[in-house]
Design a protein around this ligand. Structure first.
Ligand code: UDP
Length: 313
């Protein structure tokens, strides 16, 4: 007997991470339903998929209830503005997609008896007082600050996902995604990697916020996608950190981008945004042990690929 093709629904499927997931699932011959309201997603990310007969795009805001005909086997809830610039521009939408959007996506998972994955974030740790961050750390978040709209929405999203798991026995997973970069980040995205590459390629000043001593740990998109797929096939219901534990200061990142692009840009220092985390680095012991996952792409290699993509797009 030929087994029926599985259907996967990706919210935020036209976004940076979501579109890479759609690519992978289409290639794996799953039926893919991509749901996106295109606030921060872009049709350009999925044009290559529109002609495939196992891909369907539905323009819809998941903060509003959704009806889907037929069976759905997996739901990956990745819809949300994720750049600080975006979630400060769309604070209400960010809160709504984390809260109402997650509720709707879980409701659909319940109705369809689908496996569910929530895209959570290292932002649930806020400006962390524990370093590096294990999954057991409860975080240090300012609920009423400008980043609170994203951080608290994702914290609520984790809470409602666990409640649906406990009460409705939803087969759920929660991934805490640390800074990820790669092709398809928008030039005007506002995050450090696309900003620095865009500025370096234009030979205009590189804007480092604060004194650049704050740290981040950057994971290449292909490594993240591997982690997502491994977690989806696991039966781990508690949050799992997925990220690259190699930590860099933002000033170091700016210097590496300058070197790799051969840019003439100089570094200029701008005020540090409110509540900007001073340090961030995942402990990935759980992902290594339980998923047999760890990132493979060194920063230099990932940046080279990203820079090549920025040059041609
Ligand atoms: N950043 C910077 N210049 C920029 C954009 C960001 O110095 O043009 C800094 C930002 O203040 C933060 C770090 O780079 O300390 C990472 O910011 P990003 O927006 O990429 O992600 P975050 O980890 O803050 O969500």
């Amino acid at each position: 007997m030929v087994s029926k093709m599985k259907t996967v629904l990706v919210t935020g499927g036209a976004g940076f991470i979501g579109s890479h997931l759609c690519d992978r699932f289409v290639e794996k011959k799953l039926n893919v339903i991509c749901v996106d309201n295109l606030i921060s997603g872009d049709m350009k990310n999925i044009t290559q998929l529109l002609k495939k007969n196992n891909f369907k795009f539905v323009r819809h805001d998941i903060s509003k209830p959704i009806k889907i005909k037929g069976s759905v086997d997996y739901i990956l809830h990745f819809a949300s503005p994720a750049s600080p610039v975006d979630y400060m521009m769309y604070p209400i939408q960010t809160l709504k997609v984390g809260a109402l959007g997650t509720h709707n996506a879980l409701g659909l998972a319940k109705a369809k008896k689908a496996k569910f994955m929530l895209a959570s974030t290292s932002e649930v740790y806020g400006d962390p007082l524990v370093h590096p961050q294990p999954e057991s750390y409860w975080g240090h978040v300012n609920p009423i600050g400008p980043r609170g709209v994203y951080d608290e929405a994702k914290r609520f999203a984790e809470a409602i996902t666990m409640a649906y798991h406990r009460v409705h026995k939803i087969d759920s997973r929660i991934i805490r995604i640390f800074n990820t970069y790669g092709p398809r980040m928008r030039r005007q995205d506002g995050r450090a990697v696309p900003n620095f590459i865009d500025q370096a390629l234009k030979n205009i000043p590189i804007t480092v916020y604060g004194d650049g001593s704050q740290t981040r740990s950057f994971c290449y998109i292909d490594d993240l996608v591997e982690g997502i797929i491994k977690l989806m096939h696991s039966d781990i219901h508690t949050p799992i950190n997925i990220g690259n534990p190699n930590e860099f200061t933002i000033k170091e990142l700016a210097r590496i981008v300058l070197k790799l692009t051969g840019s003439k840009s100089r570094i200029v220092y701008k005020p540090l945004p409110q509540d900007d985390p001073k340090q961030r680095k995942p402990i990935i012991a759980q992902a290594k042990r339980l998923l047999k996952w760890q990132p493979k792409t060194p920063l230099k290699e990932g940046l080279e690929r990203t820079i090549s993509w920025f040059r041609i797009s």
